[in-house]
Design a binder for this molecule. Structure first.
Ligand code: AMP
Ligand code: ZN
Ligand code: FE
Ligand code: FE
Length: 274
């Protein structure tokens, strides 16, 4: 049987793998198809596509857009994106600029607490346009200002902690529209993680195409629940590991195996939309 992993991050956001390393790992995990879904970024797609082509693995160009609806944060996955779409690139640029200024604000907050982390140290470590809290955590560890990544989140970076800075996000409805105009399909990421069930009907109304039923942090019961929700709203079903390389404990790539039949359905829906 063929399997896919449709939720993966690289160094182009907060993953630790290069596109080439990611594809090598995907091959070792026996995957037939992968999608790259970096946070608010599509820069890694070209290299990942090339690395996949070299080993005859199927590749889907994607992104994970940070959005919100009615004060709820929701991550919207875009699949089959035209990575040269100008509107998409412009909007992504804007949200990458927001991410960069947020890093400065987080460092300023840390400095106020007497922790001398410089924004430039975070940018140097991140070396990407879409930096986030995991880069701040890694920089804190690297500079020996804290002992481990978990502690960085627990003490400073998670919501409500002193160096937590909210992100200006695009509206979820806009993210769906943005993905559609770039030729893609819009899928709600890890609904069980963000507890976004309440907003599903609104997003369906706005044209949501699918829902990520299978995810590392979904229990079997949760996945079954989202499969039912998908059926009820006639949504496509996706799944992925949300692998961030070594920025989380162990690389997760291939630990969530989406049966390839779901990829066939995604491709058919994408073709129909064109
Ligand atoms: P950001 O986009 O900057 O808000 O950062 C989000 C990233 O931080 C995601 O990859 C999350 O999985 C990760 N993250 C959020 N909370 C924690 C935590 N408590 N420990 C480790 N990583 C976390
Ligand atoms: Zn991430
Ligand atoms: Fe996410
Ligand atoms: Fe993710």
């Amino acid at each position: 049987m063929k399997f896919a992993d449709l939720h993966l991050h690289t160094q182009f956001s907060d993953g630790t793998f290069t596109p080439e390393e990611l594809v090598l790992r995907a091959q070792k995990a026996g995957l037939a198809c992968i999608a790259l879904t970096d946070h608010d970024s599509i820069e890694g797609c070209a290299r990942t596509a090339a690395a996949c082509a070299a080993v005859k693995m199927e590749f889907i160009a994607g992104a994970e857009l940070t959005a919100e609806h009615k004060d709820t944060e929701v991550h919207v996955l875009g699949y089959f994106l035209d990575t040269e779409n100008q509107t998409l690139l412009e909007r992504i640029n804007k949200f990458q600029a927001v991410r960069q200024s947020r890093i400065r604000e987080m460092c300023a907050a840390l400095n106020k607490l007497g922790i001398p982390l410089k924004a430039d140290a975070v940018f140097a470590l991140a070396n990407c346009k879409s930096p986030g809290r995991p880069h701040v955590a890694r920089a804190l560890v690297k500079e020996k200002l804290i002992t481990n990544l978990d502690e960085a989140f627990e003490r400073y970076l998670k919501k409500g902690r002193p160096a937590w800075v909210p992100k200006t996000k695009m509206s979820a409805l806009e993210s769906i529209e943005l993905i559609h105009q770039a030729g893609g399909l819009a899928v709600m990421a890890h609904p069980g993680l963000n507890r976004t069930d309440d907003i599903i009907p609104d997003l369906v109304e706005a044209g949501l195409d699918g829902i990520e039923c299978f995810h590392t942090k979904h229990s079997t019961v949760m996945s079954e629940r989202y499969l039912e929700i998908a059926e009820k709203h006639h949504l496509l079903v996706t799944g992925g590991s949300d692998c961030h390389g070594f920025s989380k404990k162990a690389p997760l790539i291939g630990t969530v195996k989406l049966p390839y039949g779901h990829v066939e359905k995604l491709k058919a829906a994408h073709k129909k939309r064109k």
